[in-house]
Design a protein around this ligand. Structure first.
Ligand code: SF4
Ligand code: SF4
Length: 165
């Protein structure tokens, strides 16, 4: 039996006609396509000077919300961290002290709340898991940076600005 490796398939090149050998029609066709595109509306934008509108469903940077009285909504229940498939959320719960009623909504609050933006896949599960409507992915894109540590966002970057600011 003839081995498969010995089989040869010879493809013969079709001989070019005069116009094909001259390349002129092909050049003219190529140029006409290029010229046509000069007059079309460009599909690209000059990012970052120009920015596209995000869709309503866009999931961007997280923000930790305040209630109507300006208190932090998060009660450090940990459900967002538990539901995070990327294990991007770290938190440490704190206990509200007398006199801090205006800062925190309930007895427990997130003394430390950090999201590692390099791990986050912006799935939105933390937002869905939160029973206090405290976290939303309603921000902008995560800005680029140089150091890995600068992608760990703490409360200083995540918590909404107080109402009176
Ligand atoms: S968006 Fe998804 S990956 Fe990012 S912190 Fe929330 S649950 Fe984790
Ligand atoms: S953001 Fe929501 S789910 Fe996460 S710890 Fe705070 S209250 Fe719980």
């Amino acid at each position: 039996m003839e081995s498969l490796t010995n089989k040869k398939k010879v493809l013969e090149a079709k001989p070019l006609n005069f116009w094909e050998r001259a390349y002129l029609p092909a050049i003219a066709q190529g140029l006409s396509i290029t010229i046509k595109h000069f007059f079309k509306k460009p599909v690209t934008i000059r990012y970052p000077e120009e920015k596209r509108e995000f869709s309503e469903n866009y999931r961007g940077l997280h923000s930790l919300k305040r209630d109507e009285e300006g208190r932090e909504r998060c009660t450090a229940c940990g459900l967002c961290a538990l539901s995070c498939p990327a294990e991007a959320i770290t938190m440490i719960a704190g206990e509200r002290q007398p006199g801090e009623e205006k800062l925190y909504r309930e007895e427990k609050y997130a003394a430390v709340y950090e999201i590692n933006m390099l791990r986050c896949i912006f799935c939105g599960l933390c937002e869905e898991a939160c029973p206090k409507e405290a976290i939303y992915l309603d921000g902008d894109i995560v800005p680029s940076d140089f150091l890995r540590k600068d992608f760990i966002y703490g409360k200083d970057k995540l918590v909404e600005a107080p109402l009176n600011q």
